[in-house]
Design a protein around this ligand. Structure first.
Ligand code: 0A1
Ligand code: ZN
Length: 882
């Protein structure tokens, strides 16, 4: 009955969901660990829910033994194929035992059990989300099968001195053959995707923590010996995250040990395995010499994110993978709230909205668009997307905003208690949030089901005779793949009205008895609605969608003068920044159209110059730094079809050049003043100051290239922090300054042997906006520090090039596309997830101008014609071409 022929890839549909026919209540796993061949023995205590043959998932497993209720099965008593094992004779209460062999050292996909580092001294670890557990043993590998895990690790003590698995330790000892064993029991039933083990040479740092409920917890962070000194910052961040979750959500940690492990070989950012989080070293290791300010923030965010999953993800998990945003959207939102509390809330929001516009909006507008809760998939690994994560977080934010902080907390309390220990759905979350507050939040479910970014248009009319201001809001969502018709969604529009002297006006909304204060939230639920404000003295300037109150695109025919007013007077940092971005975008539109009208550009430059020159004591230097940048080329490029990325880049350059020239004379003095107070400190004011200094330096290189380059070189050489050194290097490389080569050479030598630092060096060069960058990337791919096996290296060099170089990747001759296509085929043979992620760089190919579009299509065809493509990559290509 054995048949190993691959089956065609099936589409899985949400509508077809059925609870599992078989459950596993308890599982005992024994691992005989070795790098080349590990043997996994699994005992599954089965429970039959429906009269169907038992099917277990399993991939790339060599079956050694199989027995049911203590009796070895003959080959005729089970069916084995490339996807799994079917055992018709299993009964309710049966105990199935399988023994399989797997090959960790050959596992280049980094899913399942694999080796991090070298054969002789690296360590073994697992990654099971979403479907890696089936590469370890035969199991119903779906998130709604919750089992209690007992895990025994057996290994040579010299080669694997540290043995870890989730849950709590339950004894260690020595086997008759001299190997060591260690057992772990996890008292919390969990889905297989949260299983984890780690084994090898690792050092640890440890800290005692007492939860608000009084539980003593040992926090332990593990890393290889050369990295252990870099774990202290992550430990501090972990403690902050734990306290925050106790305080803000009333959530405490629930085991005696919380382990965190850093690896250099990881497909994603990190993983929330129960009691044993595993981190990409990039999001854990930090030291003052090599970590930038931005990286410190990312580390804190990812540490918090994984920790928060212990409740939003682990204690309450997902019923099926369609519900992925139940844990991810909610956890990203919790992470964002935490980060906003730890640093400037305005900067945090700017970052979030920037990511949404640069990454999620293009996804939502292209062939890969999918709802936050997709209706179907063929490769679930491809749905760890900005839509599920970041748009998902925006949806939770809307719900939280609708309820207000206290009622939201009441709702999450109900959700956590009602569904503790369960595999839940998005309906469950919305029901709990609503029921706790006697509200029906079900209209928001439509947001989870509908792909595409709604576009809201606003039209304001002022009638001086009646002193009324009428705001007409309308929404419309363009069709996306498989969803030609779109429904209106509930869209909260936060707004304020400004008088022309910058004052915020009291708002009297028709139909409301009294003033609603100087800010209100309009609920747009229809395709078009009208809102009338009364007692308005003069034509106001509306500030719409304040705080980015809904994940929508916005169209409001604001004059440059009105936007400049908001840029000058908005009291909220995010909205002020956003007004500047809209103004710069208007300047871009004029340039793009070849119009002579420079009013938007002039207004942007002049207002920023005023703000820059004025006493800035009231303006956070970091906020000012962000205000001094134009929107990204991706955002600008999304404004007009067809897309010529080189032309977009040139227009963006012209906009920033104009600002630099306008600021010209005041830049050097400000630069020197900022530089003089540099102490290398890591506190928020020091970071904010460095951010502004970096921005001013970049502008200086535009305003006066030789002078700016000399300053940058000096900053590069004398830098006390990586933030300063990298900002100087980046400015030199972007500007194509003569000194860039020397600095790059120095950097390479200075940080030899430090892969995370060299990733920044790879990325900077890959993003240098010239057509020649391709040749540079080709050369760098031969650098001994580069490897196609390592996801961080691939993203740093090839990802940065394909996603972040509008000129080099999008060369009109197609050479950039062709080069990436070739690498994609190579990477796919090693690591399908990594290849699929890189392939998304082509997601906007259909919008390209004809010559590039033809070239991109050719490159895509070249990949498609390659035989033996992975399911992950095939899925991305098929959806991009539909
Ligand atoms: N759940 C993790 C992310 C993650 C997802 C998939 C992975 O392998 C395919 C690994 C990690 C998180 O949200 O942090
Ligand atoms: Zn997550």
């Amino acid at each position: 009955m054995n048949d190993s022929a691959a089956q065609p890839d099936a589409t899985v549909r949400l509508a077809d969901y059925r609870p599992p026919a078989w459950r596993v209540r308890r599982v005992e796993l024994v691992f005989d660990l070795a790098v080349d061949a590990t043997v996994v023995t699994a005992r599954l205590h089965l429970q039959c829910e429906r009269d169907e043959p038992l099917h277990l998932d399993g991939e790339e497993l060599e079956l050694l033994d199989i027995s049911l209720d203590g009796r070895a099965l003959a080959a005729t008593e089970y069916r084995l194929d490339a996807r799994g094992l079917t055992i018709p004779g299993a009964r309710d209460g049966s105990m199935l035992e399988t023994r399989v062999r797997i090959a960790p050292a050959q596992n280049t996909a980094l899913s399942g059990l694999y080796l991090s580092g070298s054969h002789d001294s690296g360590f073994l670890l697992t990654q099971c989300e979403a479907q890696g557990f089936r590469r370890i043993t035969f199991f119903p590998d779906r998130p709604d099968v919750l089992a209690q895990y007992t895990v025994t690790l057996r290994a040579d003590a010299a080669r694997f001195p540290v043995l870890l698995a989730g849950g709590g330790p339950d004894g260690t000892g020595t086997l008759p053959d001299g190997r060591r064993w260690a057992r772990f029991v996890d008292p919390y039933p969990k889905p297989s995707y949260l299983f984890a083990l780690v084994a090898g040479h690792l050092e640890k740092i440890e800290r005692a923590y007492r939860t608000a409920e009084g539980r003593e917890v040992s926090l332990r962070i593990y890393a290889e010996a050369d990295a252990i000194d870099g774990c202290g910052y992550a430990m501090d961040a972990l403690e902050r995250a734990m306290r925050w979750d106790e305080r803000v959500y009333g959530r405490n940690y629930d085991l005696a040990i919380f382990n965190v492990v850093a690896t250099h070989d990881f497909n994603m950012g990190a993983m929330e395995n129960k009691g044993l989080n595993i981190f990409n070293a990039k999001y854990l290791l930090a030291d003052p010499e090599t970590t930038t300010d931005d990286e410190y923030r990312h580390i804190e965010a990812v540490i918090a994110h994984e920790y928060f999953h212990n409740w939003s993800g682990n204690r309450i998990t997902c019923r099926d993978w369609f519900q992925l945003s139940l844990k991810e959207g909610f956890t990203v939102f919790r992470e964002q709230q935490f980060c906003a509390d730890m640093q400037s809330a305005a900067l945090q929001r700017i970052d979030e909205v920037g990511t949404l516009r640069r990454v999620q909006f293009p996804e939502d507008a292209g062939p890969l668009a999918h709802p936050v809760r997709p209706a179907e998939y063929t490769a679930i690994d491809n749905f760890y997307t900005a839509t599920v994560y970041e748009k998902g977080a925006e949806l939770v934010r809307m719900l939280a905003g609708r309820l207000g902080a206290l009622r939201f907390r009441r709702g999450t309390d109900l959700y956590f208690t009602r569904h503790d220990g369960q595999a839940a759905t998005i309906e469950d979350l919305l029901a709990a949030l609503g029921e706790a507050n006697d509200l029906d939040l079900s209209p928001y479910l439509a947001w989870y089901a509908q792909a595409g970014t709604p576009c809201v248009t606003a039209q304001g009319d002022y009638d001086a005779s009646t002193r009324r201001y009428t705001l007409t809001l309308a929404q419309q969502t363009a069709p996306t793949a498989g969803q030609p018709e779109k429904s209106p969604l509930p869209i909260p529009v936060r707004l304020a009205l400004f008088a022309c002297d910058g004052r915020r006006l009291p708002l009297h909304l028709q139909g409301e008895p009294a003033s609603v204060g100087d800010e209100c939230v309009l609920e747009l639920t229809q395709r078009e609605q009208r809102f009338v404000f009364t007692d308005v003295d003069a034509r106001p300037v509306p500030s719409l969608l304040r705080g980015f109150s809904a994940p929508v695109q916005w169209q409001y025919a604001c004059s440059p003068r009105e936007l400049a007013l908001l840029l000058r007077y908005e009291s909220e940092g995010y909205d002020r920044w956003n007004a500047g971005q809209q103004l710069a975008a208007a300047a871009y539109d004029a340039l793009h159209a070849g119009a002579q009208d420079r009013s938007a550009l002039d207004a942007w430059c002049a207002t920023l110059a005023d703000l820059f020159e004025a006493d800035t004591a009231q303006l956070d230097p970091a906020l000012l730094a962000d205000m001094l940048a134009a929107p990204s080329a991706i955002e600008l490029g999304a404004r007009h079809d067809p897309l010529d990325p080189e032309r977009v880049h040139a227009a963006r350059e012209a906009i920033e050049d104009a600002l630099a020239i306008r600021l010209g004379e005041v830049l050097p003095a400000r630069y020197h003043a900022l530089r003089q107070s540099e102490s290398g400190a890591l506190d928020a004011p020091a970071q904010a100051r460095r951010r502004l200094q970096g921005r001013v330096l970049a502008l200086l290189l535009r305003a006066d290239p030789p002078f700016g380059a000399a300053l940058a070189m000096k900053q590069y050489e004398q830098a006390q922090t990586m933030t300063d050194r990298l900002a100087a290097l980046a400015a030199l490389v972007r500007a194509g300054a003569a000194q860039a080569e020397q600095a790059l050479h120095d950097f390479r030598a200075r940080y030899d042997g430090k892969p995370l630092v060299l990733d920044k060096w790879f990325a900077l060069q890959a993003q240098a906006p010239t057509r020649e960058a391709l040749a540079r990337v080709q050369l760098l791919a031969d650098d001994p520090a580069f490897s196609l096996h390592n996801p961080n290296r691939v993203q740093a060099l090839l990802g940065a090039f394909a996603r972040g170089n509008p000129v080099g990747f999008h060369r009109p001759d197609g050479a950039g596309y062709h080069y990436i296509a070739d690498r994609l085929i190579e990477i796919d043979a090693l690591n399908p997830q990594n290849a699929a992620r890189l392939a998304k760089a082509f997601e906007s190919w259909h919008r390209l101008e004809p010559q590039r579009r033809a070239a991109a299509l050719l490159a895509l065809r070249e990949i498609e014609s390659h035989s033996g493509m992975s399911r992950d990559l095939a899925d991305i290509l098929a959806r991009m071409r539909d």
